[in-house]
Design a protein around this ligand. Structure first.
Ligand SMILES: [Zn+2]
Ligand SMILES: [Zn+2]
Length: 100
């Protein structure tokens, strides 16, 4: 006789993102991201980080080299310092736009 198995524990459906383990405060009162180990002083900041930042690719690119960052002002600073004779602008990789 064959036993039909409808549900195997431990095999989560593919489309569900792997859920981070429950977050606990560290001994120094900081909250640490279980994925990348960045720590935060507030639990809210960690939740925002997990939602919007963690694992995301930096979206702002320097037009003149490989430099990439998550914050567009960093590119402007970078261009002024490393490419002083060039026009200062930022490539938004996500929207495929140049930000002047
Ligand atoms: Zn993280
Ligand atoms: Zn550059």
């Amino acid at each position: 006789m064959k036993i039909r198995v409808d549900y195997v524990p431990g095999t989560a459906p593919q489309q569900l993102p792997s859920h981070p383990k429950d977050v606990h405060a560290q001994s120094d009162g900081r909250f640490q991201c279980p994925r990348c180990n960045t720590s935060f002083t507030r639990k809210n900041n960690l939740h925002n980080h997990l939602k919007f930042q963690c694992g995301q690719q930096p979206r702002f690119n320097c037009p003149y080299c490989e430099y990439r960052t998550k914050h567009s002002p960093n590119v402007r600073t970078h261009v002024r310092r490393l490419h002083p004779s060039q026009q200062v602008y930022v490539i938004d990789v996500l929207l495929h736009k140049n930000l002047l």
